[in-house]
Design a protein around this ligand. Structure first.
Ligand code: AMP
Length: 596
């Protein structure tokens, strides 16, 4: 988005009233760039290839056209969305539900591994219009005949590159082959590695390709910092920054109209002079707010991107990206509200660990590194409060309007013989009110655990902890079945909720494979694993007795492969890394030498 291009209104995109109403309910003000680009062609039934990551609003970009075309009278799935993880499946299904709030009798269901089949079967039988699922489980239902795609109108691959990374791409292709050739298809992916391109080339028909262009801009006069969201709530973080940061005027960007009001009200309650700015606020009132900001009657404005477009107020010293922007262009537009009239400005962005990609994109787009900032500690905040308090005393004394009070205090002292210091302290308490003056000491700071939060956010909703050592398990699927380690990792992590940090060494043989997993796997997890399929075959997992990494030696392993058998072995840590690729290359070179 730049200053000259107009934002796209949902009402201009050809969406029905029921959806516009729901979008208004959730407080969306305008369409994000990916939505503006993808919704019209998808409504026309065209195939779409979209390069978009989490946070760009891609879910609504495909959900809204799908909901426009759904016929609730047809009680069979009309759209299928494939997602790499159950977490995302649930999230996407919830988004459908939210946007379909005014579509009567509409049903969507997430279908993912680790959940019992009976509940899913009941739902499927009852008749659902949109299925959102992970590839493994969708494939199972198709094989069992419990999911019928004859009425399918639209198929969406969401986060295709993640599905590739998790080893689901063959499953995805298989599912694609089961869909009616007439269906519309949309593929969304943050990156476009070759295998994803090949899928796009093979399965998409004359697609409309949407690449979010990233405008570059220099922001020399703007100091950019980020705070990695961890432990503290965003609202508390914002308050701390407001208390400690030396600012003149501040603009806080949020995503929805509702959030502008909510946050402005909360900041007001915490003693800041603050006002919301969003597209629902009448124009003359908005103009008044901007005037008040210019005059210093308000210091903090909480705004949506649309409402703050073109805002030109010299005293805006700080821009806070409370919610990350949809793309780098809107970020550049946001931070351009500060650093005006030759002044220097400050931009701070709050990012969750899973939004780190946006941070890298912004660095590339602004050709600047964004400094990491630590949140002010409670000591910092308290010191500021004490300083401000002292300053207020000095200012009040200087105001020279104390005569009445001076006489009263004197009178009180004579009557009661209380020390002046105690009188002053009592008056300060009176003026301050009941709320504690100082913040309590901070809890010890913990570095955000990116790996954990990524795993929690992405791969499994019920991640478990295991205490025991790893033990070796045997899987009755091997290289001959086209199995690769990522198939195993993807299936086990996603379907059984075992985080990849508990998946150890993997060895692929011709007819079977072994994988190291915690020895104390509970029965319910074993039950899921036993039924799991990889590379299109049942895994039939069993304990590989006597050969685990924590017991027994390789030589007395009952399942020791034939010496000649070609082996591929990997450990999860190496898998997919440069090291693993290098190791593979060395292997190839060696083979080459033997041949030569
Ligand atoms: P997504 O990229 O689909 O995961 O969406 C990221 C977040 O943006 C979600 O919390 C959505 O609710 C929100 N969102 C999506 N579209 C809009 C919009 N047009 N205006 C405001 N928020 C939006």
């Amino acid at each position: 988005m730049n200053e000259s291009s107009e934002p796209s209104l949902f009402s201009d995109l050809g969406l029905p009233a029921s959806l516009l109403k729901a979008l208004n309910d959730v407080g969306y003000e305008s369409a994000t760039p990916i939505q503006a680009a993808a919704i019209p062609p998808m409504l026309e039934g065209k195939d779409v290839l979209g390069q978009a990551q989490t946070g760009t609003g891609k879910t609504a970009a495909f959900a809204l056209p799908i909901l426009t075309h759904v016929d609730v009278k047809i009680r069979h799935p009309q759209a299928l969305v494939l997602t790499p993880t159950r977490e995302l499946a649930i999230q996407v299904a919830e988004a459908f539900q939210k946007y379909a709030a005014h579509i009567k009798d509409f049903h969507v269901s997430p279908i993912y591994g680790g959940q019992n089949y009976d509940g899913q079967l009941r739902l499927l039988k009852r008749g659902i219009h949109v299925v959102v699922g992970t590839p493994g489980r969708v494939m199972d239902h198709l094989r069992r005949g419990t999911l019928n795609l004859d009425a399918l109108k639209t198929l969406v691959l969401d986060e295709a590159d993640e599905m590739l990374r998790m080893g689901f791409i063959d499953d995805v292709k298989w599912i694609l082959e089961q869909t009616p050739p007439t269906r519309q298809m949309a593929l969304f992916s943050a990156t476009m590695p070759k295998p994803i391109r090949r899928i796009a080339d093979r399965y998409l028909k004359d697609p409309i390709t949407i690449m979010m262009k990233s405008q570059t801009a220099t922001a020399e006069r703007i100091r950019q910092r980020y705070w990695m969201i961890a432990g503290t709530h965003k609202m508390d973080a914002l308050t701390r920054i407001l208390e400690v940061e030396d600012f003149d005027g501040m603009l806080v960007f949020v995503r929805t109209k509702t959030a502008t009001i909510e946050i402005a009200e909360r900041l007001e309650a915490r003693g800041f002079s603050c006002a919301p700015l969003n597209g629902d606020i009448p124009q003359n009132q908005r103009e008044r707010t901007v005037e008040r900001l210019k005059k210093g009657a308000v210091d903090v404005i909480v705004a949506t991107d649309v409402a703050a477009r073109g805002l030109d107020v010299d005293r805006l010293s700080h821009v806070i990206n409370y919610d990350v922007p949809y793309d780098t262009e809107s970020y550049i537009h946001r931070i351009g509200r500060t650093g005006r009239a030759g002044r220097v400005g400050d931009a701070i962005i709050f990012v969750a660990p899973r939004e780190r990609r946006m941070l890298r994109d912004i660095e590339a787009a602004t050709r600047q590194t964004i400094e990491r900032m630590e949140l002010p500690t409670s000591d910092d905040v308290n010191n500021q409060r004490i300083e401000r308090f002292k300053q207020r005393i000095t200012d009040t004394i200087a105001s020279d309007q104390l005569d009445i009070f001076r006489n009263m205090v004197l009178q009180y002292q004579v009557e009661t013989e209380v020390e002046a210091i105690d009188v002053a302290a009592a008056l300060a308490q009176l003026a301050h009110g009941d709320a504690p003056f100082l913040l309590p000491k901070d809890a010890p700071y913990r570095e955000p655990d990116f790996k954990r939060s990524r795993e929690k956010g992405r791969s499994n909703a019920v991640a478990r902890d295991f205490n025991s050592n790893l033990s070796r398990y045997r899987i009755e699927v091997g290289r001959a079945d086209g199995l690769s380690p990522k198939n195993i990792v993807g299936a086990i992590a996603n379907e059984a909720g075992i985080s990849s940090r508990y998946i150890g060494h993997i060895q692929i043989e011709r007819e079977y494979s072994t994988v190291d997993l915690p020895a104390d796997l509970p029965d319910d997890v074993m039950a899921i694993l036993t039924k799991l399929r990889v590379a299109g075959k049942p895994m039939r997992i069993s304990a590989d007795k006597g050969s685990g990494p924590d017991r027994g030696s390789k030589t007395n392993r009952p399942n020791k492969p034939h010496r000649e058998a070609r082996k591929q072995s990997f450990s999860v840590k190496e898998f997919g890394t440069k090291k693993a690729k290098k190791a593979k290359k060395v292997k190839k070179d060696k083979k080459g030498k033997v041949k030569g």
